[in-house]
Design a protein around this ligand. Structure first.
Ligand code: ADP
Length: 493
């Protein structure tokens, strides 16, 4: 194969992948490895950073062989699970302990302490985030407090702390580039959203030494180069972004107001806010979407904790369905859910409600309620959670005019139509739903100068999509929304 390709390294929570894309955005190959999940205690989730690296190398080499050598790779793009923290030694190149994964809750008490100390308002104002164990800075602090090897490396001045893309670039460049992209850095609690590099006051608050952090760089451009011996050639790394930001690029959400929702295990919604700092009155997050030439484009972000995992719960715990896809047939088999409402607060309720201790519920049961009603109501809860987010986004100055969806759960046509119906907006789903990897390929293509800018790269590399147009009558819609609101309101009591 002589045509040039873009190599994307997609380091997810459960697997590592390498994917090849043509300059038209068409996928040309994929290699994948499952990543081991370590759960040493309740609420703790860890990954082995060496396993991440070994898998990345294996998958990347397989794809390079597939195209006939590194000379046929024009550029590398990287996308990653966000917020996960790796600690390594800059001298030995070895991880100092296991990586703490984004889902890990071990820093809850530390966050509660900072909140009690009255720090949340200032941190939120500066970073756009909340004081929550989710974010990387709290995990960095934990490592410094609890792991001797990390403490010792900090004392010696050889400590490196970084999110996964930072670790991968460091390894790919043979230890020459210690960088992190602005979108990933904006999830640490250490980066001022308004611009510039690491904030000294925040680093002090979290007890993270500045010397342990990589240089904050753009999301695309000449970012780094692979060391010759690592992949058999010096390949430019020209695009990097966390998974949700990359998915936004992959969905071509590059103009203010453009919005995407990814329905996987949970659901993540991001709206492009342009170059103005987002207003944050409704407990949504402000984050960097893309930085280029030091100039930031922002996003407003809302996360729903339970999306596809509700369908897994219906399948694996309640046994109401045998496959996730069966939920669609059951929903279609009846005219309505008969007033049944499922509130999927199985691990609290996320944005915009933020009821961390809420428990889920199934309301409106009668003798005529069958499993189809419950399954349909479970799928309906996705549209309802999305509508609630839409209201919060609108109140924070980001009304949606349409919604682009992706993620494993978006393959459910019935759910896609229901979201369009309840939002009263067109919902668009690309035929190629691997938008995260595609977005990293777009960033890398723009960063390598293969297109004049990111917008042109995204346009040229986007594929066909299907539209779901709203068709529900207003009375049905109003009744559904009222039933949901009543069920959620009681939850808060
Ligand atoms: P993640 O990237 O978070 O691992 P995926 O994007 O692969 O998740 O999506 C998988 C989730 O989507 C699973 O929780 C599964 O239950 C759900 N899912 C997959 N197909 C369907 C379907 N047809 N209907 C409803 N849910 C589905």
């Amino acid at each position: 194969m002589s045509e040039i390709s873009i190599l994307v390294l997609d380091e997810g929570t459960t697997s590592t992948r390498a994917m090849l894309f043509g300059l038209d955005g068409a996928p040309r190959g994929v290699a994948q490895r499952e990543l081991t999940q370590h759960y040493p205690r309740t609420g703790w989730v860890e990954h082995d950073a060496n396993e991440i690296w070994d898998q990345t190398l294996t998958c990347a080499k397989a794809m390079i062989e597939h195209v006939g050598g590194p000379e046929n790779i024009a550029a590398i793009g990287i996308t990653n699970q966000r917020e996960t923290v790796v600690a390594w030694d800059k001298e030995t190149g070895e991880p100092l302990t296991r990586a703490i994964v984004w889902q890990d809750r071990r820093t809850a008490d530390f966050c509660a302490g900072l909140k009690a100390g009255g720090h949340e308002a200032a941190v939120r104002e500066k970073t756009g985030l909340l004081l929550d164990p989710y974010f990387s800075g709290t995990k960095m602090r934990w490592l410094l407090d609890h792991v001797d090897a990390v403490k010792d490396a900090a004392t010696r001045g050889t400590l490196a702390l970084g999110t996964v893309e930072s670790w991968l670039v460091w390894k790919l460049s043979g230890g020459k580039s210690f960088i992190t992209d602005a979108a990933n850095a904006s999830r640490t609690l250490l980066l001022p959203l308004a611009g510039g590099s690491w904030d000294e006051e925040l680093c002090e608050l979290f007890g993270v030494p500045l010397s342990a952090l990589g240089q904050v760089v753009d999301n695309y451009g000449p970012l780094a180069t692979t060391e010759e011996t690592v992949l058999g050639g010096e390949i430019p790394i020209t695009g990097m972004a966390g998974d949700q930001q990359a998915a936004s690029v992959g969905q071509n959400c590059l103009s203010p107001g453009d919005t995407k929702a990814t329905y996987g295990t949970g659901a993540f919604v991001l709206t492009n806010m342009g170059e103005a700092l987002p207003r944050l009155h409704h407990r949504l997050l402000g984050t960097v979407l893309v930085q280029a030439g030091g100039q930031r484009t922002y996003a407003l972000e809302g996360s729903v904790f339970v999306a596809g995992s509700l369908i897994q719960y219906l399948r694996d715990t309640l046994g109401l369905i045998e496959t996730a896809a069966e939920s669609e047939n059951l929903a279609r088999s009846i005219e309505s859910s008969g007033g049944v409402v499922v509130v999927p607060a199985l691990s609290g309720l996320g944005a915009p409600h933020w009821l961390p201790h809420a428990r889920g519920k199934i309301a409106g049961l009668g003798f005529d309620t069958g499993k189809a009603h419950i399954v349909r109501a479970a799928l309906e809860s996705m549209a309802h959670q999305t509508v609630d987010l839409a209201a919060a986004f609108a109140a924070d100055g980001a009304p949606w005019s349409s919604l682009r969806i992706d993620g494993g759960m978006s393959s459910n046509d019935w759910m896609a139509q229901d979201i369009a119906d309840l939002l009263g907006l067109t919902v668009t789903r690309p035929d190629f739903v691997e938008t995260t990897a595609l977005g990293a390929a777009m960033l890398a293509a723009a960063g390598a100068g293969l297109y004049p800018d990111l917008k042109q790269a995204a346009e040229a590399m986007s594929g066909a999509a299907q539209d779901f147009l709203p068709a529900m009558d207003e009375a049905t819609r109003a009744e559904r929304i009222a039933n949901w609101a009543a069920a959620v309101e009681k939850l808060a009591e």
